[in-house]
Structure formats: C-alpha cells, structure tokens
Design a protein around this ligand. Structure first.
Ligand code: NAD
Ligand code: WQD
Length: 344
C-alpha cells in the first residue's frame, strides 16, 4: 500500500529537507507549492539526493478547487504536512492582510479538504514565536509554558492556526494533528544540493553570516551586546534543518501507526541548548576558517533576549533528538553558500 504524504510548501527550506527524509523512508510524496518563496529547481536537488523525483503541483493552497483536484488526483494521500505559509516577521508588519489571508486561508482550505476526502492526519509547522520571551522560570521553555501575545501578524497567524487546529479536532473526532513548534532552523543538507534560499537581504542570522563570508554583504551587524546574557548578545536554540526534517517523519509515523495519545499533540523542536549570536560567529569562523567581518550595533526592535527549548517531550514521546553538532551544522550552511556562489 502506498503511504503518500501531501507536503504543502514542499519546495521551501524546511519542506524540501523533509521531503528528502520522507522519500528516503519509503514514503511517496506529492508537493503542493505556489513557488512564492522557492524555486522549481529544488526538485532537481531532491531528485539528485534521493534518486527519485517527488510529484509536484504548482498551486496555491488557498485555491479550494486546485487543492480539491490534488486530493482527487492522489486518493492515496494518508497525511498532510503543512508548511505552506508566508514567514517573514518584518514583512508581516508591513502587509498584515497578506499574512492573515495566506496563512489562515491555506490552513482552513487544507483542513476542509482533509475532512471532505477523509484524510485524518496533519502535521503543522508552528514556531517558538508563540512563547514570546518566556518568563525566567520557564527557561528552557517546555510545551506547558503560556503563549504570549504575538509581537507580529506572522506570530499571530501561528497562534490562530494552532487554535483553528484545536477547534477542528474538537469538531471532527477522526482528526489527528501534531503541532511542531520549531526553534531556529539552520544549516543545509550535507550534500549541499538543497538549502535555504533567502529572498533579497536575509533577515535571519545564518544566511546573513554565510552571505557575509561569501562577500555578498559587507559586514554582519550583531544586534546588541548589552542583553542580560553571559556575553551580552541574544541567545537562541539553533536546530539543524535535517534533524528538524526527521522529526516530521517521526510525527507522521506516530500518527499513521495510531500511537498518538491525544487528538492534538504539541512538541517543541529544539536542541535544548541556547547559543549566543557571538558564539555562533566564533564557531562559524573556527570551523570554516573564514574571518567574518562583524560590528556590534544597537538592539533590533522586537528581539527576544533569550529563548531555548526543553525538548524532553519530543525526545521521549516522539523518540526524536536533535543531536547534530553545531560545528557540522555551521559547516553545512557554509558548504551550501559555497555551492550557490560557485566558491571552491
Ligand atoms: P519557506 O518560505 O522556505 O517555505 C514555505 C513554502 O511555502 C515556500 O516554498 C512557499 O513558496 C510556499 N507557500 C507559501 N504560501 C503558499 C501558498 N498559499 N500555497 C502554496 N505554497 C505556498 O519557509 P520555511 O522556512 O521552509 O518554513 C516552513 C514553515 O515553517 C512555515 O510555515 C514557517 O512559518 C514555519 N517556521 C519556519 C521557521 C524558520 O525559521 N524557517 C521557524 C518556525 C516555523
Ligand atoms: C537570531 C539572532 C538576532 C540577524 C525569527 C522569527 C521567529 C522564527 C525564527 C519563524 C537574534 C541576531 C540576526 C543579523 C543579528 N521564525 N541577528 N544580526 O529573531 O530568533 O526568529 O526566526 O517562525 O518567528 O522571528 O531569528 O535569525 O532573525 O535572529 O545579530 O543580521 O541573531 O538579533 O538574536 P529570530 P533570527
């Protein structure tokens, strides 16, 4: 029997790495992506790694008719991994309606069609952003920590989407959902054939670091060294994208094999270790041998001082652990940047 998974947003950064892991575990995959933030050539990368090409449909998840056709064309879909969303925090402040429309409507469309076509399992990409700055007694942050009022429309879409899934599960007894709250995904596939493809000037730390090392940016600006942390720079839980991708396979397996204990299960996906911006810079320089030009500047508005995960629940219940050493992760990011820029 085919185990087919519909992966929305599957040509994106985390989606493409997840498609690779799914296919390597014997799953059939159909990707739906409107290529609003990814490139069709990602499929070549996936094929080169796996030796097979996933099915691909260029469609918008908000388009009910197009999505209905996908479910009709692939009646063997057993579960959905829903990555498709717009994800730039700053842009969401500029264009809130786009974020609310895209991120809400794509999820509700997928959930409606799952009910219609009797597909019962969904994995949803949520984010540590739902916790905001956790109170000191909640660090490291586990799944019981309260969600804080979102600081951006993007963050709000994640909270509302989590609530939509809860409400739909309440109304639809057959639905099983896994909400994965990612911390800071970084790095690229060890083959350097797929990785992150940021649009324009990167907002996130790692692509900025690798682009600076590659000479595309003059210098990295480190946003603040006066935080209440050991070296004064912000602390995050940087998780390797391949480890993260594997968690999705664990989550789908767990639901398909009927092992879930609650209708909606929530997991924090992080390493359990916080690293500062300056530690990332130093380690990157060490492992790549690249001198990174950087300058300390003022704090970035809206930045959280420190957050890292307590991943115990994912470790014990999902049987998953993010254990790739940070040195290997940073090297993978650099190898991907070199591949993109043809640097030897
Ligand atoms: P990404 O932009 O690389 O991938 C998202 C993909 O979805 C893109 O290929 C884009 O073209 C597609 N897409 C967007 N809207 C669509 C729509 N309406 N219909 C069809 N396709 C659509 O982003 P990513 O980093 O891979 O993130 C994947 C998911 O994980 C997102 O939901 C994001 O919010 C979430 N997330 C990401 C991070 C992170 O730091 N990267 C952290 C936490 C959560
Ligand atoms: C990491 C650290 C910056 C760039 C964002 C989203 C969040 C989630 C993950 C999706 C911070 C510092 C960065 C630079 C810097 N995404 N930095 N110079 O802010 O933790 O979270 O991605 O759900 O919702 O907000 O990630 O990579 O932007 O920043 O000093 O040029 O690097 O201040 O401390 P962040 P980031």
């Amino acid at each position: 029997m085919n185990k087919r998974i519909l992966v929305t947003g599957g040509t994106g950064y985390i989606g493409s790495h997840t498609v690779v892991e799914l296919m390597q575990q014997g799953y059939e995959v159909v990707i739906v992506d409107n290529l609003s933030n990814s490139n069709i050539t990602v499929l070549d990368g996936i094929q080169a790694i796996v030796g097979r090409r996933p099915e691909f449909v260029n469609a918008d998840c908000c388009d009910y008719v197009a999505m209905d056709n996908v479910f009709r064309s692939y009646p063997d879909i057993k579960g959905v991994i829903h990555f498709a969303a717009a994800k730039a925090v700053g842009e969401s402040v500029e264009k809130p309606l786009h974020y609310y429309r895209n991120n809400m409507h794509s999820l509700t469309t997928v959930l409606e069609l799952m009910q219609e076509h009797e597909v019962h399992h969904i994995v949803f990409s949520s984010s540590c952003t739902v916790y905001g700055q956790p109170d000191p007694e909640h660090l490291p942050v586990d799944e019981t920590a309260p969600r804080k009022k979102a600081l951006s429309p993007y963050g709000n879409t994640k909270q509302i989407n989590e609530d939509i899934i809860m409400d739909q599960a309440h109304a639809c007894a057959s639905l099983r959902a896994t909400i994965l709250r990612y911390f800071n995904p970084i790095g690229a596939h060890p083959s350097a054939l797929i990785g992150e493809l940021p649009n324009g000037v990167p907002n996130n730390l790692l692509p900025f670091v690798t682009q600076t090392a590659a000479g595309l940016r003059d210098e990295l600006r480190v946003f603040g060294d006066d935080y209440n942390t050991p070296d004064g720079s912000c602390i995050r839980d940087y998780i390797y994208v391949v480890d993260l991708a594997k968690a999705h396979v664990c989550a789908i397996e767990r639901m398909l094999s009927g092992k879930t204990q609650e209708q909606v299960e929530i997991f924090n996906l992080g390493t359990g270790r916080g690293l500062s911006v300056l530690e990332i810079v130093r380690t990157f320089e060490e492992v790549t041998g690249q001198k990174l030009k950087y300058r300390i500047v003022g704090r970035r508005e809206g930045d959280i001082e420190q957050v890292w995960a307590d991943p115990t629940r994912a470790n014990t219940v999902l049987g998953w652990r993010a254990d790739t050493p940070i040195r290997d992760v940073l090297l993978s990011a650099w190898n991907w940047e070199k591949h993109l820029r043809n640097i030897k």
